[in-house]
Write a new protein. Structure first.
Length: 67
């Protein structure tokens, strides 16, 4: 099955991605939710909606996975 993986940049989301591959699914796209750049209130290190700390590594994940 082709799947899109929602990744936050943290270990748990990457682990679930690895489990998808382990069970034979094909990762075709990585998705990430992050706060809008123009909203100063959400640009702190803490947010109830977004894991902001690891979103900088999403491009590296994509490059490593060839996705």
């Amino acid at each position: 099955m082709k799947v899109v993986c929602l990744v936050s940049g943290g270990k748990d989301s990457f682990y679930s991605l690895m489990e998808c591959v382990k069970y034979g699914h094909q990762v075709v796209c990585l998705a990430n939710l992050h706060p809008p750049k123009h909203n100063q209130e959400l640009e702190t290190d803490e947010s109830y909606m977004y894991q902001q700390v690891g979103h900088e590594v999403i491009d590296a994940y994509s490059e490593c996975l060839g996705v």
